[in-house]
Design a protein around this ligand. Sequence first.
Ligand SMILES: Nc1ncnc2c1ncn2[C@@H]1O[C@H](COP(=O)(O)OP(=O)(O)OP(=O)(O)O)[C@@H](O)[C@H]1O
Ligand code: SF4
Ligand SMILES: [Mg+2]
Length: 324
Amino acid sequence: MDKILELENVSKWFPVKKGWGKRSYLKAVDSVSFDIKRGETFGLVGESGCGKTTLGRVIVRLYQPTQGKVVFHDKVSSVDLFSLNEKDFQKYRKKIQMIFQDPYSSLNPRLTVLQIVTEGLSSANLSFTEKRRLASQALESVGLRAEYLYRYPHEFSGGQRQRIGIARALVMQPELLICDEPVSALDVSVQAQVINLLISLKEQYNLTYIFIAHDLAVVKYISDRVAVMYLGKVVELSDSRELFNRPLHPYTQALIESVPVADPKMRKLGKIQPIQGEITSPIDPPQACLFASRCPYAMKRCNENVPGLRAVEGSHQVACFLYY
Ligand SMILES: Nc1ncnc2c1ncn2[C@@H]1O[C@H](COP(=O)(O)OP(=O)(O)OP(=O)(O)O)[C@@H](O)[C@H]1O
Ligand code: SF4
Ligand SMILES: [Mg+2]
């Protein structure tokens, strides 16, 4: 499979105020490298605060990266998105769209559905009639009626709002969709419908997905490959089936074990339960394995060096000294 996107040492550090003028950084994303293959669904998992949304926002340049490269591969050319000025980036902005977690706050309540869905087309030289036609088409492809175009977000359910958010992305004719927890704010009964819609849209429009989620059951169901993040770093990356059958990193093992799979009373089946142990601060983190404070296998070297992500078998990559 061809690559569509290549991340090379991508970092996003947020400056944090500390006493006496000392500069400190919260390393939300720290030197992340991986490729996305055209046509795949690439799952991104990890506990709250590990940097999933920040990474998504950096890729679409909603956040300015601290360092690194994101190379977008077209059918004919390759370009580092971070090196482009705003004007040149416009051409690529429409190719990579993001769907946000909260369908309540991500739609402007003062705009009609038509205005929301066509917002991204404002720089395109299209007539109003053409924009309306594209918006109707996008609404219909997400299972909503074209007559909803003149209604406001508060007139819709959470599931319908998320469909509007998907239509807003689709109208741009993207190649890559970054879905940031697209169903986690929705009722369990609606989640499967939206997931199945995303799966069928992917087929219909030859899309590639980066699918961010807390919910391991959903990620396992939808993803071809999965990357596990911990405090801003990718600690394991593998084919989805391999990762869930044979997790190598102690953190991935703990994540998978922490999911209640057998209890029928658990309505939110697949949600991660807290893992024991104190979490290392992401502010000026130590040059060490950041999971060492919670890892039952931690050794001396784990507190002295940073384990890099390395392939251990085929394409299964892990960042842990137990394997090298
Ligand atoms: N704009 C910001 N300014 C400062 N710190 C931020 C900012 N955005 C995120 N952070 C911090 O960066 C870290 C990563 O946050 P992020 O929202 O990317 O995590 P996440 O994995 O998406 O979590 P969740 O699963 O809760 O959505 C957190 O420690 C967060 O507090
Ligand atoms: S590198 Fe060491 S502390 Fe980190 S996960 Fe592996 S064994 Fe545990
Ligand atoms: Mg998030």
